[in-house]
Ligand binder design. Structure first.
Ligand code: PXG
Length: 287
């Protein structure tokens, strides 16, 4: 069965799922998106993702032409039409087609696009051995330029850092903010563990408010770990016992090396493995 893509209330065959080359999403990256996941047919934290989508849109004065409840339903309907149970869902809202020129007033009809697919994950062995990451020279977007809390269609900042990582043989790269503090990775939030306490950069470090990050903070608290959202620098990572990343695709993945230096004993740590297991139980439970 060929995949069906939702565009503006209708389902199209993949080959026919097209939008205008004059869409400002393409011309300027003017739009917002979400990456969501379903487990056994149940979408993980759908309402939270849709809320973040609408907040991203609000932050760029983009009015999404449907309610959050209808958007949730559209996601579920698209999944069902594609008979997908364990899936990756990409929700894209563009400013719509307009004239050549930045002015968003010269566009009409924001486009609502829902693509569903099977999910591509980090190689399974990395959950056993852990990721090696480097620090990218590309700094995270300055919040006063383009706030990282906005999940915008302009992802070049992360892409440039990702290229630095892959060129160095790493699947993820650490990004620092304009103050040189730890922000996040290109598509994942970062955590460290020290003396069995769990630490992660606070939102005002200039990061995306990850849905997985939120879930892991909740899990860690209810499991009895002390949890801190705070300013962090690379020193904190170097002296940590454990490090891990969180994201919709990654879930909870251990990091064992930063810039060629081992973290802790260079192996995935017990708290990371515990939180990973608890996260798995949560997604299955919520499913
Ligand atoms: N930081 C950044 C910059 C991200 O893009 C996260 C953190 C983690 O957030 P969530 O809400 O997923 O826990 C992200 C998420 C993709 C893709 O297709 C990217 C993300 C999520 C899903 C898919 O590259 N990034």
């Amino acid at each position: 069965m060929s995949p069906k893509v939702y565009i503006g209330g209708k389902l199209y065959e993949k080959a026919d799922a097209k939008i205008s080359v004059f869409d400002h999403g393409l011309l300027y990256g003017d739009g917002v998106f979400e990456g969501i996941r379903s487990y056994s047919g149940k979408v993980f934290r759908l309402e939270a993702h849709i809320k973040r989508l609408y907040e991203s849109a609000r932050a760029i004065s983009l009015v999404i032409p449907m309610t959050q409840a209808d958007m949730c339903q559209a996601v579920v309907d698209t999944l069902n039409a594609n008979k997908l149970v364990d899936a990756y869902i990409r929700l894209v809202i563009t400013r719509g087609a307009g004239s050549l020129g930045l002015d968003p007033r010269k566009t009409s009809d924001p486009q609502v696009i829902i693509i569903t697919d099977s999910i591509s994950l980090y190689p399974a062995e990395l959950y056993e051995s852990g990721l090696k990451i480097i620090t990218a020279g590309t700094m995270r977007n300055h919040p006063s330029a383009l706030n990282p809390r906005i999940k915008s269609l302009n992802y070049l900042n992360s892409i440039l850092a990702k290229m630095e990582g892959t060129n160095a043989g790493c699947l993820e790269a650490l990004m620092l903010n304009h103050k040189g503090e730890v922000a996040e990775c290109t598509g994942d939030n970062i955590f460290i563990v020290r003396d069995r306490e769990v630490h992660t950069p606070s939102i005002d470090s200039g990061i995306l408010e990850g849905i997985t990050r939120d879930a892991v903070l909740e899990i860690a608290k209810s499991a009895g770990y002390k949890v801190f959202e705070r300013t962090m620098d690379r020193h904190d990572i170097h002296i940590s016992d454990e490090c891990f990343l969180t994201g919709t695709a990654a879930e909870v993945i251990p990091v064992v090396e930063l810039d060629g230096r081992p973290i802790g004993n260079g192996k995935p740590g017990p708290v990371t493995l515990d939180l990973h297991a608890r996260f798995h139980r949560l997604v299955r439970g919520e499913a």
